[in-house]
Design a protein around this ligand. Sequence first.
Ligand SMILES: NC(=O)C1=CN([C@@H]2O[C@H](COP(=O)(O)OP(=O)(O)OC[C@H]3O[C@@H](n4cnc5c(N)ncnc54)[C@H](OP(=O)(O)O)[C@@H]3O)[C@@H](O)[C@H]2O)C=CC1
Ligand SMILES: O=C(CO)COP(=O)(O)O
Length: 343
Amino acid sequence: MQKETSNPLTIAVLGGGSFGTAIANIVAGNGHDTRQWMRDSESAEACREARENHKYLPGVALHPELCISSDLQEAVQGCDIIFVAIPSKSFREVVRRVAPLLKPGTMLISTTKGIEHDNFHLMSDILREETTGMRVGVLSGPNFAKEIVAGHYTATVIASEDESLCKDIQTALHSETFRVYSSNDVFGVELAGALKNIYAIVTGMAAALDRGQNTISLLITRSLAEMMRFAEAMGADPMTFIGLAGVGDLILTCSSDLSRNYRVGYLVGKGKSLDRAVAEIGQVAEGVNTVRLIKQKADEMGVYMPLVSAIHAILFEERPIPEVIRNLMSGAQTFDVAYSAKP
Ligand SMILES: NC(=O)C1=CN([C@@H]2O[C@H](COP(=O)(O)OP(=O)(O)OC[C@H]3O[C@@H](n4cnc5c(N)ncnc54)[C@H](OP(=O)(O)O)[C@@H]3O)[C@@H](O)[C@H]2O)C=CC1
Ligand SMILES: O=C(CO)COP(=O)(O)O
């Protein structure tokens, strides 16, 4: 049902994948003038004709007012808000192309839960580096695209130092089934979204090995400990990790085969090579690259991340899974909760 809005905005979503489509459907449903940009003109044409994104969200009706275009200039012209739902590998390239087409003060919101390949730049860093005079935010939370479009009650987080941007995004996205909480810890929210993908690979693998619920609980809890330890070492607020973008998204992604990262872990656990698993999924699984980057960074900084080291050993060092598990289980038994609130 179309929601009346007293302040219709012009909004573009860059990316024709599952999450871009879910976000575009929400804002179009809220009565905003919404354009979704996808790079491939044939895909755009097919989505326009069928009113369905058959490749990424089959069986889901696109909102009748959603305009789909493969013309970047047409899509972003005059936009107040642009959601960037492009995999981290191509994020900079797309932002660089779009930068000269934007009006000053446009709100640029990353939805991408990844880290840039060759360095340790998060997507909000790229938005700031590639544009001038824009307002930047990050959207992250426990949000399977398929469940959003199916109307399951869902919440997410908009993070920005710009309070009025947070309010505008909360208003633009809020619906009967979708809630948006705010945060001013951009780095923490963004880091949480990228890190949890690693642990979804781990729990997917545990599921493939028929491990029980004790094991899954152990893995999720120790994953959170690692994430918070790393976040603190990097200067993020560890408290952010007990929110929706942290433990919320960690529980979601580590518990369901709707997660592509979980499915990568599952397939590797069943004996497939990493390349084969990634190809079989056919959509972005950001955690694979994130494992490499976090392992390197944790080693440089001397942060203890046994689960990251373990999954890195399996995926990239050809170490047998039973040996890696034995090493994990024989590691030092330390404190359960090692954090204390700082005065
Ligand atoms: N799916 C989900 O449930 C959620 C995803 N996210 C995050 O959203 C981000 C996007 O994910 P999602 O939509 O799921 O990804 P998908 O794998 O579903 O789709 C990726 C989209 O990006 C497009 N793309 C890839 N490279 C380029 C490029 N160089 N230029 C333009 N477009 C390109 C693809 O186009 P083509 O089809 O032509 O290859 C495709 O439309 C990810 O980082 C993910 O972490 C966040 C929350 C939930
Ligand atoms: O981030 C997600 C849900 O919040 C989606 O996870 P995957 O990218 O693993 O599918």
